[in-house]
Design a protein around this ligand. Structure first.
Ligand code: CP
Ligand code: NVA
Length: 318
């Protein structure tokens, strides 16, 4: 059987162009509005999403699974421990097999290299649902949420406080795509590694030793857990090292008066963020979480059907 044309994947933020993001944002608005009005939109009827998780999840699983159902399709959840992948089946073989049975695949795993090997053997689009290096679906929702609240992000300043982890790396890529600035402050020893982040110049980011200085004048202040999944052995050491990198009232006061606060969640109040900030008036974390659903629906529509306008869909052939 002749293999179909190479699919588009979404493995890191820079896999899509700014123009494609503008399209996704327009589609997100349209899809979200229809969803809020209980108007059926089923462009992905008869399509199946496989979701492969090697790490736990609440938001990513729920938003992809609910999103696929709401678009008329079906989603299948696989925890690797319960599959042959967990018993050493090569990821290349899994890519070949799973992509002959499903129309789109979402994977949450450890090293980025794993998802790249899967994608290289997949006949269908593969979406990164978080790796050690990147979390593109998160920052897709985050940038959309910023734009929804404040308008274009171009030229704005985002303060990243804490670990230079997968979400931080993705913000750095997003800054290059949308042309905004990221002010990063990490404890010593946890600095950004540009190659790992996939950014090859510092045109769109600057590092600050003092988190208050990173937050100064920012339009958005954001952070994430001190210890990401897979790094639990470092938890106690990290708690000591990150003590001064908590987003609190003082940090928010250094930012612009109308600055927003975001956190990808789950959050640890009293560690990376003070409860008064995450539960305070500048926080948009619930909108941010909800927008995972709407932006990913637009993403799946785009990867499967291309640039859909209004409710029209192109004819597809497996
Ligand atoms: N933000 C995020 O990806 O959350 P989950 O780990 O719950 O999916
Ligand atoms: N940086 C965190 C994000 C969780 C959604 C982690 O990788 O655990």
């Amino acid at each position: 059987m002749k293999a179909p044309a190479a699919p588009r994947h979404y493995l890191q933020f820079k896999d899509l162009s700014r123009g494609e993001y503008e399209h996704l944002f327009a589609r997100t608005r349209w899809i979200k509005e229809k969803f809020k009005r209980y108007e059926r939109y089923w462009p992905l009827e008869d399509r199946t999403l496989a979701m492969i998780f090697e790490k736990p999840s609440t938001r990513t699983r729920l938003s992809f699974e609910a999103g696929m159902h709401q678009l008329g399709g079906t989603a299948i959840y696989l925890y690797t421990r319960d599959t042959q992948l967990g018993r050493g089946e090569p990821v290349e073989d899994a890519g070949q097999v799973i992509s002959r049975m499903c129309d789109i695949v979402m994977i949450r795993t450890f090293e980025q290299e794993i998802i790249e090997r899967f994608a290289a053997n997949s006949r269908v689009p593969v979406i990164n649902g978080l790796t050690n290096e990147y979390h593109p679906c998160q920052v897709l929702a985050d940038v959309y949420t910023y734009v929804e609240h404040r308008g274009p992000i171009k030229g704005k300043t985002v303060a990243w406080i804490g670990d230079s982890n997968n979400v931080c790396n993705t913000w750095l890529q997003a800054a290059a795509v949308f042309d905004f600035n990221v002010h990063v402050s990490t404890p010593p020893g946890y600095e950004v590694e540009p190659e790992r982040a996939g950014v090859y110049n510092d045109d769109n980011y600057e590092s600050f030793a003092d988190p208050i200085e990173a937050a100064r004048g920012a339009d958005l202040v954001t952070t994430d857990v001190w210890t990401s999944m897979g790094f639990e052995a470092e938890n106690e050491e990290r708690k000591r090292d990150f003590e001064d990198w908590q987003v609190d009232g003082e940090m928010m006061r250094a930012a612009k008066k109308d600055a927003l606060f975001m956190h990808c969640l789950p959050a640890h109040r009293g560690e990376e963020v003070d409860g008064a900030v995450i539960d305070g008036p500048q926080s948009v974390v619930w909108d941010e979480a909800e927008n995972r659903l709407h932006t990913q629906k637009a993403l799946m529509e785009f990867l499967l059907l291309g640039k859909v306008t209004k409710g029209k869909k192109k004819k597809a052939k497996r």
